[in-house]
Design a protein around this ligand. Structure first.
Ligand code: IPM
Ligand code: MG
Length: 355
């Protein structure tokens, strides 16, 4: 198969982790005789520095033409610490999501048996955790009307959702639930917010089309609590943009390190795969970042964009092997011997080619 993949490395550790994901994907291509055509584009601070725009038109064209996009991370502290910065790397990410129509952000959280002791939560609480958030990604407060008034002394952001935006996101949740344990949790704040009431009403109306799916409606504050109490009780959760942003960071550490969890952002025409962690600027260039989240994002890409399930499965297998053998970066090593980003990648490549 011929795969055209747009490669957006971004900022901070982005280039290093993307480099490893490319190595692993190329090994997979060699093993299963596929041909990958990588096309690189600029995003984030790197693009601001080069052309003054965090998501340049050229990059957008590259993404539109590709079959899938593999993305590293964006953001640098020099922008976070400057409230007057005219343009921020994150704007590039938001514009990219919007322009590519990536409305459904699929963020799984699962545990690795070999890492169960690394979790900040007790073993017996997290055992068997395997849940998936589907976060709405192109609407809500991120994209609603915002601004300042009264000479800048009052600021506002508004959360707006249309029924259609909720329906298309909720359908992804129902469909995924049908392939899993047929349980769906709709996370909202319907006791306070009007937009949440529209979410709840819309999801309730869809239930009739998926009679086998058992739907629960839970308030976001309660879900934040239950996620650390009983994460293994959840299966598929759907939620709006901001709640999803917060809850998926919370959920991501259950596995033991934020550097482990992948994600997919899906639209009707385009798909983008990225680790759920950020650009970890302090680690830039040190060859210490954990590449696994990006490598597992590549596995999701093989499976979801190209239906190459054996390829995805092999990546997961070798990743599990590396974790079991302790071939891990320092975030997972607890003072024991740790390996560099590229050593972890080298091990995985060798395992893939030897299988
Ligand atoms: C994420 C990130 C982004 C978000 C930031 C970098 C804009 O936190 O992908 O979760 O808030 O969506
Ligand atoms: Mg986030």
């Amino acid at each position: 198969m011929k795969l055209n993949i747009a490669l957006l490395a971004g900022d901070g550790i982005g280039p290093e982790i993307i480099h490893e994901a490319v190595k692993i994907s190329n090994a997979i291509a060699q093993k299963f005789t596929h041909e990958i055509n990588w096309i690189s584009g600029l995003t984030g601070a790197a693009a601001i520095d080069a052309v003054g725009d965090p998501y340049p038109e050229d990059t957008h064209s590259i993404c539109l033409e590709a079959d899938a996009v593999l993305f590293g991370a964006i953001g640098l502290p020099r922008f976070d610490n400057d409230p007057l910065a005219k343009v921020r790397p994150e704007e590039g990410l938001l514009r990219m999501r919007k322009k590519l129509g990536l409305y459904a952000n699929v963020r799984p959280t699962f545990t690795f048996p070999s890492l169960i002791d690394k979790s900040p939560l007790k073993k017996e609480r997290i055992k068997g955790t395997d849940l998936v958030f589907i976060r709405e990604l192109t609407g809500g407060i991120y994209f609603g009307e915002k601004g300042r008034r009264n000479n800048g002394n009052i600021a506002y952001d508004t959360c707006t959702y249309s029924r259609d935006e909720i329906i298309r996101l909720a359908r992804k949740g129902f469909e995924l639930a049908m392939t899993r344990s047929k349980r769906l949790c709709c996370v909202d704040k319907a006791n306070v917010m009007e937009s949440s009431r529209l979410w709840r009403e819309t999801v309730q109306n869809l239930e009739i089309e998926y009679p086998e799916v058992e739907v629960s409606y839970e308030l976001v504050d309660a879900v934040a609590m239950r996620l650390v109490q009983w994460p293994n009780k959840y299966d598929v959760l759907i939620t709006e943009n901001l709640f999803g942003d917060i809850l998926t960071d919370e959920a991501s550490v259950i596995s033991g390190s934020m550097g482990l969890m992948p994600s997919a952002s899906l639209g009707n025409e385009n798909a983008l795969y990225e680790p759920i962690h950020g650009s970890f600027p302090q680690a830039t260039g040190k060859n210490i970042a954990n590449p696994i989240a990006t490598i597992l994002s590549a596995a999701m890409m093989f499976e979801m964009s190209f239906n190459l399930t054996k390829e995805g499965k092999l990546i997961r297998e070798v990743v599990n092997k590396s974790l079991k053998r302790g071939i891990v970066t320092e975030d997972l090593s607890d003072g024991e011997k740790s390996y560099t980003t590229s050593e972890v990648g080298d091990f995985l490549v060798k395992e893939i080619l030897n299988k």
